[in-house]
Write a protein that binds this ligand. Structure first.
Ligand code: ZN
Length: 414
């Protein structure tokens, strides 16, 4: 068993507040080089994937353009981009959409893929962009990026965590020492400078108790912004949620599993321009496993209060594969569960679809995707059903395109 699944599992256990299992650090050392090499080797096989040639017209489809459902029309792809909507075209290839619905490729804004199989599973379920929510070793994260015909990976930094905290202990187990922990506010700015030096797309912070104090979280956030990076902050209890909001984190991950946020906190989040990624899928899994100590209804109520206050809500799953542990969340298929849970918590189907497309792209600065419009990436999911009527119709996937390359493996089944 590699260390990385163990690490991700530990992140979930941290959410649970479970005791950290003791392990021999040397025994748990993860072979980053081996994992990186294995991901890199896949690139040579990808050269055999037929690239989109010329223009492809997808006819007879209703288009959910990331905002709303348009009448039946034609969408034309040219190479990796969407060329046009609603125009007759001299396409080389015509595909009959059979009156189905064409969605922008789905975005899972919180996931932990570590190998090509995970990327394939995200892709086969229509996830065309995933935010890698923690990166322990840059080469491994980069080995997941730029795979033709597979999900595009947007990578976060090493998580910022304190000595003596659950997440701090996880980093110590990964590294064999505490050199990369954030000891106090005086080192926070230089920690950020180090963490962004390899070029992650955003910075990941951990709010927890015990954990980083408010002043340290504030400095980490401020320095990340000075470095031009958005900040995602883990917060799975009310106290941590308050800390993340106060620090000015752009995107607050998870939702409290103890007490819902208040209406006034939700208002504050809305007025300060912060957004939330509730990750209901993993919260549901955690609370199902320990209903006596975790209250899923607190997370659902938090989503309702965020929505009522007008806070943008983003779809994310915390997908990770850890056999035999408490909160297994499979890649790809779980995003469809997240959409269902968001609707159950009070979002309309259109709002849930926006959470996984246009709203996610807008608030992560991914201006080239999340909508079906001329010039955008040809990340597309063709459905036979209509998820605006019933959100579970996102499970009727017929075909998937990733930057214009049709997914060549088996489409995911449910
Ligand atoms: Zn996570």
């Amino acid at each position: 068993m590699s260390l990385l699944p163990f690490l991700y599992a530990s992140f979930m256990l941290a959410s649970l507040g479970a005791a950290c299992p003791s392990h021999n650090g040397a025994e748990m050392q993860f072979n980053y080089t081996l994992a990186t090499d294995s991901n890199e080797k896949f690139r040579s096989m990808q050269r055999n994937i037929p690239l989109a040639m010329g223009k492809i017209a997808i006819n007879n489809v209703r288009v959910f353009d990331g905002h709303r459902l348009l009448p039946t029309t034609t969408v034309v792809i040219e190479n990796d981009k969407i060329e046009s909507i609603g125009r007759c075209s001299n396409a080389n290839t015509h595909i009959d959409g059979n009156g189905g619905v064409l969605l922008p490729g789905l975005i899972d804004a919180h996931a932990h893929p570590e190998n090509v199989t995970d990327l394939q599973d995200l892709s086969r379920y229509g996830v065309t962009t995933a935010l890698l929510m923690a990166c322990f070793q840059p080469q491994l994260c980069q080995s997941l990026q730029n795979h033709t015909g597979l999900v595009d990976i947007v990578a976060g930094s090493l998580p910022a965590a304190a000595p003596g905290s659950m997440h701090g202990n996880i980093i110590i187990m990964a590294d064999g020492n505490g050199d990369r922990l954030v000891t106090n506010a005086s080192v926070a700015a230089s920690w950020v400078d180090d963490a962004v030096s390899w070029g992650p797309d955003f910075v990941k912070l951990i709010a927890e108790s015990p954990g980083l104090d408010q002043q340290t979280l504030n400095v980490l956030t401020k320095r990340s912004h000075e470095q031009g990076k958005r900040v995602a902050c883990h917060a799975s209890a009310l106290e941590a949620y308050n800390q993340a909001v106060t620090a000015g984190a752009d995107n607050i991950q998870h939702a409290p599993l103890d007490t819902p946020i208040s209406a006034s906190l939700a208002q504050h989040i809305a007025s300060s321009g912060q957004v939330a990624t509730p990750t209901l899928t993993i919260l549901r899994a955690i609370s199902d496993a320990s209903p006596e100590s975790r209250d899923y209804t607190a997370a659902e109520e938090t989503v309702r209060r965020l929505k009522a206050a007008g806070v943008p809500i983003i779809a994310g799953t915390d997908a990770n594969l850890v056999q035999g542990l408490i909160a297994l969340v499979p890649f790809g298929i779980s995003l469809h569960e997240e959409l269902r849970l968001l609707v159950h918590a009070g979002l309309s189907p259109a709002e849930a679809l926006r959470a996984a497309t246009s709203v996610a792209a807008e608030h992560w600065g991914l201006s080239d995707r999340g909508v079906i419009a001329p010039g955008k990436r040809a990340d597309l999911v063709l459905l036979s059903g209509n998820p605006l009527e019933d959100i579970t119709a996102t499970r009727t996937i017929q075909r998937v395109w990733l930057a214009g390359v049709e997914f060549s493996g088996d489409i995911g089944t449910f």
